[in-house]
Design a protein around this ligand. Structure first.
Ligand code: FE
Length: 396
C-alpha cells in the first residue's frame, strides 16, 4: 500500500492570488517573511482579498530564512490568541515551512518538536484551521509538500518535519509573485526543483503517480530555467508551474542523497552556508554517476535523458549525456562545478577534510538517504563528498 497526497485545490496562472476572495471562513492569519511580499504590494493585495471574503485578518511578519523554533512558538501563540480558521502563508520556503509547524502547535499546544520529528506521526490537523500556501520562489514547492524544516539554533539541530497532515489544503501558484526573484535565487531555486524531480524519478519509492509529474517537470525545467535566469518572464512563469509539479512528485516519492549531502554540508563550515539549491546543483552530476552503478537507476536516468531529447546508443551513453547536460546548465546559470570554487573559495579545504568523516556519517543518516537507489557506505560517502569538493570523476 502506498499513499499519494496533494492539496485539495490548486489555483495557478497570473492573478490567481485573487482566489483568496473565495475562501470561506471568519478569521485569517497571514504569515510572511522579511518584506519582499510587502514591498511588491502582494501582502496588501492578499489582505484586501481576504477582507473581501469577509474575514478578519491579522499578520505574522518577519519570518527569517531557515525559521527557528522560537519563531514557530511565537507564531503558534499568536494563533492561539487570534483563533484563525485559515492560515495563509506566503513567500519563499521559510514562511510557509514556519507556518506549517505553527499550525501543529496551534492545534496541539501541548505537543513538542520531539513528538513531531518521527516521520508521519503528526496528530490530525484541521480541527481548528485550514492552510493556504502561496509561494514566491520557484523551487522548494513547499506549497504542495508534506515537509517543513525548522532549526533549533540553540541545539544546532534541524528538525525535518514530514507528514501528509501538513500538506496544504489550498495552493495558489501565481507566477507574478515569482517574477520578483533576483537572478541568483532564480538559478539556485530552479536547480533545487530539477534535483527534486530527478531524485523523485529514481527514488525507490517512485510510482505510476509520481513518474509523469517528475518527467514533465524535468522537461519544463530543462526548457525554461536558463531563459528564466536570463530574464525571460514567460519562461519564469512556466518555471513556477514546473517546480510545483516537481514538488508533487517528491512529496510522494521522496528524494535521495543529493539532498542528504546538501542538508548536511549546508551549515557545517565556518566559511558560510552552502545555499541549498546551489549545493544540489553541484552534487547532482556526481550522484548520478554514483547511483548509475545500480542498473535500475541507470535505466531510469537514461529514460530521463531520452525524454528531454538527449542522444546515446547505450544506457551508459545516455547517463553520461544527462550528466553533461546538467553540467552545462550549471555553467549557463553561473553555478560553480564544485565546493572548492563556491563563493570564491569561502569553504576552507583543511576544515572540509577534517570534518569530512563526521559530515559523511550525518549525510548517510539523513532522512533522504533511505529512498536513494544506492545506499552508500561511509567510505563511499566520503569519496563522493570529496569528489564534490574537488570536482573529481566518480568511478566507484
Ligand atoms: Fe530541495
Amino acid at each position: 500500500m502506498a499513499r499519494f497526497t496533494l492539496p485539495r485545490d490548486l489555483y495557478h496562472g497570473k492573478g490567481s492570488l485573487a482566489e483568496l476572495k473565495n475562501l470561506t471562513g471568519k478569521k485569517a492569519i497571514v504569515v510572511v517573511g522579511g518584506g519582499s511580499m510587502k514591498r511588491f504590494g502582494f501582502l496588501d493585495k492578499a489582505v484586501s482579498y481576504l477582507k473581501e471574503a469577509g474575514m478578519e485578518v491579522t499578520l505574522f511578519e518577519n519570518v527569517e530564512p531557515d525559521p527557528s523554533v522560537e519563531t514557530v512558538m511565537r507564531g503558534a501563540k499568536v494563533m492561539q490568541e487570534f483563533e484563525p480558521d485559515w492560515i495563509v502563508a506566503m513567500g519563499g520556503g521559510s514562511p510557509i515551512d514556519a507556518a506549517k509547524a505553527m499550525w501543529a502547535f496551534y492545534e496541539y499546544p501541548e505537543t513538542t518538536f520531539e513528538d513531531l520529528i518521527t516521520p508521519f506521526s503528526f496528530p490530525t490537523l484541521r480541527t481548528k484551521a485550514k492552510f493556504c500556501a502561496i509561494p514566491s520562489t520557484s523551487g522548494t514547492a513547499t506549497e504542495v509538500t508534506a515537509f517543513s524544516v525548522i532549526t533549533d539554533y540553540e541545539k544546532g539541530i534541524k528538525y525535518p518535519l514530514a507528514d501528509f497532515n501538513i500538506t496544504p489544503d489550498v495552493a495558489i501558484v501565481d507566477p507574478e509573485l515569482a517574477e520578483t526573484m533576483p537572478k541568483k535565487l532564480t538559478a539556485h531555486t530552479g536547480m533545487d526543483a530539477m534535483t527534486h524531480a530527478i531524485e523523485a524519478y529514481v527514488s525507490t519509492l517512485h510510482c505510476d503517480y509520481t513518474d509523469p509529474l517528475a518527467l514533465h517537470a524535468i522537461k519544463m525545467i530543462h526548457n525554461d530555467l536558463i531563459a528564466s535566469f536570463n530574464g525571460d518572464m514567460e519562461a519564469r512563469d512556466r518555471m513556477h508551474n514546473a517546480q510545483c509539479l516537481a514538488g508533487m512528485a517528491f512529496s510522494n516519492a521522496l528524494l535521495g542523497i543529493v539532498h542528504s549531502m546538501a542538508h548536511k554540508t549546508g551549515a557545517a563550515f565556518s566559511g558560510g552556508h552552502i545555499v541549498h539549491g546551489c549545493a544540489n546543483a553541484m552534487y547532482l552530476p556526481k550522484v548520478i554517476k554514483y547511483n548509475a552503478k545500480n542498473e535500475e537507476a541507470a535505466v531510469r536516468y537514461g529514460e530521463i535523458a531520452s525524454f528531454i531529447g538527449l542522444k546515446g546508443d547505450t544506457t551508459e551513453a545516455l547517463v553520461d549525456a544527462l550528466i553533461a547536460e546538467l553540467k552545462s546548465m550549471n555553467q549557463a546559470l553561473e553555478i560553480p562545478s564544485c565546493i572548492k570554487d563556491y563563493e570564491g573559495g569561502s569553504i576552507d579545504e583543511t576544515e572540509f577534510m577534517t570534518k569530512l568523516p563526521e559530515v559523511a556519517a550525518l549525510a548517510i543518516g539523513d532522512a533522504c538517504t533511505g529512498s536513494n537507489p544506492r545506499i552508500p557506505t561511509q567510505e563511499e560517502m566520503e569519496k563522493l563528498l570529496k569528489a564534490c569538493f574537488y570536482d573529481e570523476e566518480i568511478d566507484f
